[in-house]
Design a protein around this ligand. Structure first.
Ligand SMILES: Cc1ncc(COP(=O)(O)O)c(C=O)c1O
Length: 509
């Protein structure tokens, strides 16, 4: 039994409960016990018989055998991390919801912390934020700010009026030229960050089936499990279609009585966006029947249109006060100010009023001085110029990463056209590399963080066996970091593949 096998088994044991319990029937206890407690067993004799429950195409099931077969090409020596349990095993923590005590992303960071992250040698390709430094052509972010006397007081829970006005104006200028119905400040709810906006929305929904798609943004899992006022329905998207939201799927959802749909668009983690024509059809289908909750944090990280063009549902809304459409965005991604915690929801007044009450009992509203400081950023011309500069910069980084990955033998059915994420299929790789946890583990040894695909296979009610997930053979790579870090990250992925003999034959020619 090599150190490497033991170490990986330990890693698997520290997974959040919801994922561990569902993966354990594949990576079964017998197998873990054989690794942990029977060191005298030879590798061959410790492989348990295949469980009859195993789905055919589960990379994890192949992985067990491969782990041994590829022993000679794998890391022969690696320091064993000491991943502590998430909760103290001997202490009872009354009333703590263990299910939500550790999210997937936190788990990744915890494992990296155990190996010395953060330090300058690390490359965080798991990063859900864009680089926050200066980018050529982008406006200078303030380094200090005036704090007004008024901002000492509580602000309105829906946000301060001048900021709400500026946001409404931006949407009208960029997406609603020539349309009669326009947004006003009363159509805007300012919230303390994107996740707070999502929580506010979840709190105001009532008696509804809400469909969400797999894969999608990890935090939806917790948001959808906390509130019991609606029933979340997972809708799988298909690998063969590049995980596209097909309108046939939407029609099916409406037929079964779904009255709310939540999606990121452009989509995290696949880096794909619903096309402009399909977006129009989606709105036509849902108008007056179904609330569309459109999480548009990446709407300007969109590389398919003219330079400076973004994609937003705001251009498909007919009547701003009648179409049931809630659009979420904020300073986190486009303005590259995730630490400011300013976001907004744009939608019909009735929803906005309810969201204002939700803000009052959930979070108390958004930091007042930062709202004041954000107002000038919303100027439509400034935003347009910023979009051009941002798209040039990020498109270059996307193309760099894609070129390197393709050269290393990764396949992409469809080129990611938006966000700053690449959804990488590992299924052609040998041994543990074909499995997101195995790849994650090897990457940690190179001081690189990637996010295992299973964390995007949202399972808010833990009703499903995640072992059936095709996302075991995917990781998400972020090109949010600076180019120099991406270069390092790609070099290190290359060296992992080289060690496993997994680079294409003519790679070095
Ligand atoms: C799709 C999506 N929505 C919302 C957010 C959260 O934004 P915030 O950091 O403002 O809570 C993220 C962050 O990664 C995201 O990817």
């Amino acid at each position: 039994m090599s150190e490497d096998e033991q170490e990986f088994a330990k890693l698997e044991q520290t997974l959040p409960d919801s994922i561990k319990s569902s993966s354990s029937h594949i990576f079964n206890q017998e197998f873990l016990n054989s690794i942990n407690h029977t060191p005298s067993l030879t590798p061959q004799s410790s492989i348990p018989p295949e469980s009859p429950k195993l789905p055919k195409k589960t990379p994890l099931s192949n992985f067990k055998d491969e782990l041994y077969k590829n022993g000679d090409v794998e890391r022969t020596h690696s320091p064993i991390p000491t991943p502590g349990p998430l909760l103290h095993p001997d202490v009872h923590f009354p009333a703590l919801n263990k299910q939500n005590a550790a999210t997937g992303v936190i788990w990744c960071t915890d494992r990296a912390n155990e190996r010395g992250f953060p330090n300058p040698n690390w490359v965080n390709l798991g990063q859900g934020m864009p680089e926050t430094g200066d980018i050529p052509g982008c406006f200078d972010r303030p380094k200090s700010m005036n704090i007004s006397i008024e901002s000492r007081e509580y602000g309105p829970t829906s946000g301060i009026k001048p900021l709400r006005q500026a946001i409404a104006n931006l949407y009208n200028e960029h997406y609603r030229q020539g349309k009669e119905s326009k947004y006003t400040w009363e159509n805007v709810n300012v919230a303390p960050g994107g996740r707070a906006a999502l929580t506010r929305i979840a709190a105001v929904l009532g008696d509804a089936f809400l469909s969400f798609f797999l894969p999608d943004y990890t935090a939806y899992a917790e948001m959808l499990s906390l509130f019991k006022n609606f029933a979340p329905i997972p809708v799988p998207l298909y690998e063969t279609d590049g995980y596209k939201i097909d309108l046939k799927i939407i029609k099916g959802e409406l037929n079964r009585g779904v009255s709310a749909i939540l999606t990121s668009n452009p989509r995290n983690p696949t880096g794909q966006s619903i096309g402009k024509d399909e977006l129009k059809e989606l709105h036509d289908l849902c108008r007056s029947k179904c609330l569309l909750i459109m999480d548009e944090f990446y709407s300007r990280y969109y590389y398919d249109g003219e330079e400076g063009e973004a994609i937003s549902s705001a251009s498909e809304v007919e009547d701003v006060n009648k179409d049931p459409v809630l659009i979420i965005d904020g300073l986190t991604k486009f303005f590259r100010l995730p630490g400011w915690r300013v976001s907004w929801i744009v939608g019909p007044k009735e929803y906005i009023n309810a969201l204002s009450s939700a803000g009052s009992y959930l979070d108390g509203g958004t930091n007042y001085p930062f709202q004041e400081a954000a107002i000038p950023f919303l100027d439509p011309t400034l935003v347009h110029n910023e979009t051009i500069a941002l798209q040039r910069h990020f498109k270059h980084k996307r193309d760099y990463c894609l070129d390197r990955l393709i050269k290393m033998g990764f396949h992409f059915n469809i080129k990611p056209n938006s966000t700053f994420y690449i959804w990488v299929d590992l299924s052609h790789l040998p041994g543990k590399l074909s499995n997101c946890l195995g790849f994650f583990h090897e990457a940690l040894h190179e001081d690189v963080i990637v996010v295992p695909g299973i964390f995007f296979d949202l399972n808010p009610l833990s009703f499903r066996e995640l072992s059936d997930s095709e996302m075991y053979s995917y990781i998400r790579i972020s090109y949010g970091p600076e180019l120099e870090n991406l270069v390092k990250g790609m070099d290190r992925i290359e060296s992992i593949l080289r060690r496993f003999g997994a680079l294409p034959e003519n790679y070095d020619k």
